[in-house]
Design a protein around this ligand. Structure first.
Ligand SMILES: [Zn+2]
Length: 212
């Protein structure tokens, strides 16, 4: 009756999916969650991921963002695009994890590169949110010094520089020497800017100390 195949995580997982979809059985997400937990205990990654998604949605189990993060993050760390996708949304919304739009965008860009359905549009949306949050923060900073971190331009030295950074005409990128400012020369070629092209202030390396 119970040969080893029926105890394999693949088999248990396929049963769980049948219960989730009501495929040949009456749909029962609580039963599905039970089976997913069993397969997840065997470290079967699709089960780990799907159990996390059930905890995220409160489907068959009580909503538990902490558990959702644990399971989804575990599957995402193995580069499962579906898990990475859900993790990106959790970072975007601050669900079970501190909101971090940079992290959300990085993860969603990975999904977009893996051709995960909808990820390109989602990455565009997150980028817009990030730009808005970043520009709001930049506007609130005193215009005194030119500060860059390993993540972004943190503060600007003068109004023209602020506008150039907000328009992304001038950006921060990492070089082998650390964070540096990039702009374009007269021919439109990307060049490293040693100083502010408007007021001549030298950039100062600071830490990225805010989360949005
Ligand atoms: Zn300047």
């Amino acid at each position: 009756m119970s040969d080893s195949n029926e105890q394999s995580p693949e088999f248990i997982y396929s049963q769980a999916i049948s219960y989730l979809q009501g495929d040949g059985v009456k749909a029962d997400s609580a039963k599905a969650a039970e089976l997913l937990a069993k397969a997840a205990e065997m470290d079967y990654l699709p089960a780990v991921r799907d159990l996390g998604i059930l905890y995220l949605n409160g489907d068959g189990v009580p909503t538990d963002y902490e558990k959702a993060y644990q399971y989804i993050n575990k599957a995402a760390s193995k580069m499962d695009p579906n898990a990475v996708y859900h993790l990106a949304l959790m970072y975007e919304n601050g669900t079970g994890v501190q909101k971090d739009l940079y992290q959300a965008l990085k993860l969603m860009a990975f999904c977009a590169a893996a051709n995960y359905t909808g990820a390109v549009e989602d990455a565009d949306r997150i980028e817009d949110e990030l730009d808005a949050a970043r520009n709001k923060y930049l506007d609130a900073r005193p215009i005194i010094s030119l500060d860059i971190s390993e993540v972004d331009v943190e503060a600007c030295c003068c109004k023209p520089m602020l506008d150039a950074v907000k328009n992304k005409d001038i950006t921060m990128d990492m070089t082998y020497k650390g964070p540096a400012l990039f702009g374009a020369d007269e021919d439109g070629n990307e060049i490293v800017l040693e100083k502010c092209p408007f007021c001549g202030k030298l950039p100062r390396i600071v830490s990225h100390d805010k989360v949005y």
